[in-house]
Write a protein that binds this ligand. Structure first.
Ligand SMILES: *Cc1c(COP(=O)(O)O)cnc(C)c1O
Length: 371
């Protein structure tokens, strides 16, 4: 699905030097590369503050912690996402309110958010799924009207641009009150272990996030907040500094692969190629097709026989996970997600795929459908 080895081979010497310099310096925690990476990412994202942390799940957890919410407050998020999004909400005793995505863009439906707002709603967590932004302008309008916080889960969209109606653009994750991301190895900007970060333009949020990600400590051994231990290792920061320099190029390469997939697959009436919305660029964290007529699993098996990996993101909707049974949702509350979970199939996608590889995959997909 991804070829991290090919990527390493391209930038290997740069990475090796970066790691080596941390080994020699021995500042493994909070070394200079951490601050430098945060500054470089701030610049790339066009945001005032980047606060690094240990992983994307912690980033969501930390974001929820600084909002000053109390148990029972409601947080609206999408049914079609990675579990971390809802986990952070539930762990703090807040009430996850799960709503449907749009079946075309896979992203949270603004209409569904609107219907789910109650006097207890305090925040909305849109997820920019598979590399394309949710409809942020509408979400921000709704949030303003109801006085809600917006936390963007941008783990899959590092580098995507949101395009406002007036033509202005902002990076995914920098539009809401706080944005979160993950540097899990397979993400578009991935490190060689776990890592994560938060984005905000609000200085008081930034200061508090910095503090609680480091035991609530502002001055050494003085604790102003109840915090956690969630820091980005210096080695990972050093690796990310190298990879950030290549991110735009890598995202462009993914888009070229996606264009090539689209071109070959558009004429196949048994599948739909990924919808591209007009308010966002797409950085193709995943290239996800929808397979009609209940043939998804058969296609997946057929591709396996041709040595082509494919993955189902996500096979089961959040509302049906055992751990979240206490929320009391029923299967038929979510027809859109139920449908998506049966139809989606993500094809191999990474910046180092060449045209022959894409051709081999698309020819086999078309062969399966006899087109
Ligand atoms: C990867 C991911 C996360 C979690 O990131 P980790 O670094 O693995 O904790 C959260 N949300 C989404 C949408 C993700 O894709």
């Amino acid at each position: 699905m991804v070829d991290l080895r090919a990527q390493y081979e391209k930038i290997g010497p740069e990475i090796d030097n970066a790691i080596k310099s941390v080994l020699v310096s021995t500042s493994f925690i909070k070394g200079p590369d951490v601050k430098l990476f945060e500054q470089e990412l701030q610049e790339y994202m066009g945001i005032k503050h980047v606060v690094s942390c240990a992983n994307g799940t912690d980033a969501l957890h930390l974001a929820m912690m600084v909002l000053g919410l109390v148990p029972g407050d409601e947080v609206i998020t999408t049914d079609f996402t990675f579990i971390a999004t809802v986990e952070a909400v539930a762990l703090l005793g807040l009430k996850p309110v799960i709503v449907e995505p749009e079946s075309g863009s896979f992203n949270i439906s603004v209409e569904a958010i609107q219907k789910a707002i109650t006097p207890k709603t305090k925040a909305i967590v849109p997820v920019h799924l598979f590399g394309q932004c949710a409809d942020m302008e509408s979400i921000m309008e709704l949030a303003k009207k109801h006085n809600l916080f917006v936390i963007e889960d941008a783990a899959q969209a590092t580098g995507a641009d949101y395009i406002f109606k007036n033509g202005a653009t902002k990076k995914a994750g920098t539009i809401g009150h706080i944005g979160t991301t993950s540097f899990f190895p397979s993400k578009n900007l991935g490190c060689y272990g776990d890592g994560g970060a938060l984005y905000t333009n609000d200085e008081s949020f930034a200061n508090k996030l910095r503090s609680i990600a480091n035991h609530g400590m502002k001055v050494r051994y003085h604790y102003d907040d109840i915090g956690i231990n969630s820091r980005l290792d210096t080695i990972q920061a050093a690796i990310l500094r190298v990879k950030l320099k290549h991110l735009s190029k890598f995202n462009e390469a993914r888009k070229a692969v996606a264009d090539h997939y689209d071109e070959a697959l558009a004429r196949c009436s048994s599948i739909s190629i990924p919808e591209r919305v007009k308010y966002s660029t797409h950085i193709f964290h995943q290239y996800t097709i929808k397979v009609k007529n209940g043939q998804r699993d058969e296609l997946k098996k057929f591709l396996e026989t041709k040595n082509i990996p494919s993955m189902v993101y996500y096979p089961g909707p959040l509302h049906l996970q055992k751990a979240y049974g206490y929320l009391g949702y029923k299967a038929d509350d979510f027809p859109v997600t139920n449908g998506l979970c049966k139809e989606v199939l993500s094809l191999p996608m990474h910046p180092d795929m060449d045209r022959d590889q894409v051709d081999y995959i698309t020819l086999n997909v078309l062969e399966f459908f006899n087109t």
